[in-house]
Design a binder for this molecule. Structure first.
Ligand code: AMP
Length: 461
């Protein structure tokens, strides 16, 4: 879970990278960083916290040059501390390189063991750093060739922005798990995780970076390579369900109407007699609109969100998460009292937030609370870059519907079906990754989480 950004040949490159990161803040809130190249030397500024906390009020004089990359991070691999914040920078025999990575490499443990066995000294506990070590060791003469050689060793999810002294490279893994788009700002090419970052800059959206594409921007212009063996692309459907911003055009389709369609199908699959549809803001809103349209039950803003606190999940410790639910949402008794409520959210993960929200609505006087989720039960952990807890913590992996309903203290619970989700997203089962919803894992991995924790989660603070 990260957001990445890159811009080539713009006089205000670092400033625009910071702006781009503001638009991608939803993809990661633990740290923010920007690297720039002045054509000779690479510069780096990063810190823990939100983009505004790291860069707000800063003049960016320490980030000169007309090429820049940016990164916002929410850790799926490696702990949350400054050395692990992106971009990560290294000096190598091919020159300096800075890397921003979104995704999770499933063979990072094998690669790290191999590299450490050969004497490599790692300075972070991220999976991304293996890419820099592979690059540093490549015997290819040309830096771009060295990068491409390294990329061929990677398995799993990697959308990348790579800054070299005089080039910017964008990469999307052959499965296309995570998004990456190309835009143009007055002749300067822009790379971003999502189109909402292009919109903010008033940059023109050109196209998605294709799965398996390596796009190189240098003095010779823009060119693309396709160095990986061809596989069936399987973009992550959870991006459509929850992760991406609803105003983004993702994998060729705008997210908001897909979420609305999920809500419409949910209403058909799990109708209920009720007085109002209440969205869990913000993530449940588009689906709640769809549910309301389909069912004819009015949409009522019965929960109010405080926008000045981050996403609930972002606080990594359970005790902190509990507090942040109350910080984030309040119910409106004047609207809810005596009413039969359909509460619509996008997903149920551990169930802890949802249980509190159901209680909030009930405490505000609702007569009935029917929870509707615009995605299927999450039964598996993601190993491709979305932070989902271990299976043992996933509610739907351990309980049947009746037990889930009792746990969240709702009158009923209804999940969108896997088929309904794909129908809304206009994807089909084999053409999108839905491993978290019980689908196959498109890239094999062996005990990744256990090994990854062992290798990468040593505390270096
Ligand atoms: P819970 O009550 O613990 O099941 O949390 C469900 C809430 O978490 C839903 O409102 C989702 O919008 C949100 N959510 C789902 N997946 C994630 C994720 N990977 N990271 C952060 N929040 C998430």
């Amino acid at each position: 879970m990260c957001g990445i950004f890159g811009i080539y040949r713009h006089p205000e490159a670092a400033k625009l990278a910071v702006y781009g990161l503001y638009a991608l803040q939803h993809r990661g809130q633990e740290s923010a960083g920007v690297a720039s190249s002045d054509g000779d030397v690479l510069h780096l500024a990063k810190g823990m916290g939100l983009v505004s906390e790291v860069f707000g009020g800063r003049d960016l004089d320490d980030l000169p040059g007309d090429c820049s990359i940016g990164h916002v991070r929410y850790s799926t691999s490696g702990s949350s501390y400054l050395a692990n914040a992106g971009p990560i920078l290294a000096a190598t025999q091919h020159g300096e390189v800075a890397l921003g990575h979104n995704g999770n490499l499933v063979n990072c443990c094998d690669l790290r063991e191999e590299l450490e066995g050969g004497g490599a000294i790692f300075s972070t506990t991220t999976d991304s750093e293996v890419i820099l070590h592979l690059f540093a060791r490549s015997t290819q003469a040309d830096p771009v060739d060295a990068l491409v050689e390294s990329l061929k060793r990677l398995q799993g999810a990697f959308s990348l922005v790579v800054l070299l002294r005089d080039a910017l490279v964008g990469v999307r893994d052959p499965w296309g798990f995570r998004p990456l788009v190309l835009g143009d700002l007055e002749g300067s090419p822009v790379l971003a995780s999502e189109t909402c970052a292009l919109d903010l800059l008033n940059a023109r959206y050109i196209r998605e970076i294709a799965p398996g594409e390596v796009i190189i921007m240098d003095r010779e212009g823009i060119r693309s390579l396709f160095p990986f063996p061809k596989v069936q692309p399987v973009p992550c459907i959870f991006e459509y369900v929850y992760f991406a911003r609803p105003d983004s055009d993702l994998f060729g389709r705008v997210v908001f109407p897909i979420r609305q369609a999920m809500g419409r199908i949910l209403a058909k699959e799990h109708p209920v007699e009720a007085d109002m549809v209440v969205p869990v803001p913000d993530s449940g809103l588009p689906a709640a609109m769809g549910y309301s349209e389909q069912s004819g039950i009015p949409l009522v803003w019965g929960l109010i969100r405080n926008h000045y606190v981050g996403r609930t999940f972002i606080a990594p410790r359970q005790s902190m998460r509990d507090v942040s639910v109350r910080l984030k949402l309040n119910a409106v008794p004047a609207l809810l009292k005596g009413k039969r409520v359909v509460l619509v959210d996008d997903s149920l993960v551990r169930g802890t937030t949802s249980r509190k929200i159901v209680r909030l609505v009930r405490d505000a006087g609702a007569a009935e609370v029917h929870l509707r989720l615009s995605s299927p039960p999450i039964v598996n952990s993601c190993v491709y870059g979305i932070d989902t807890p271990e299976r043992s913590e996933l509610l739907a992996a351990n309980m049947d519907l009746e037990a889930i309903t009792a746990f969240v203290e709702a009158d009923s619970v209804g999940y969108l079906s896997v088929e309904g989700m794909h129908a809304a997203a206009e994807t089909d089962l084999g053409r999108a990754c839905h491993a978290c919803f019980g689908g196959p894992y498109p890239v094999q991995y062996t005990q990744l989480r256990e090994r990854q924790r062992h290798l990468f989660e040593k505390d270096h603070r």
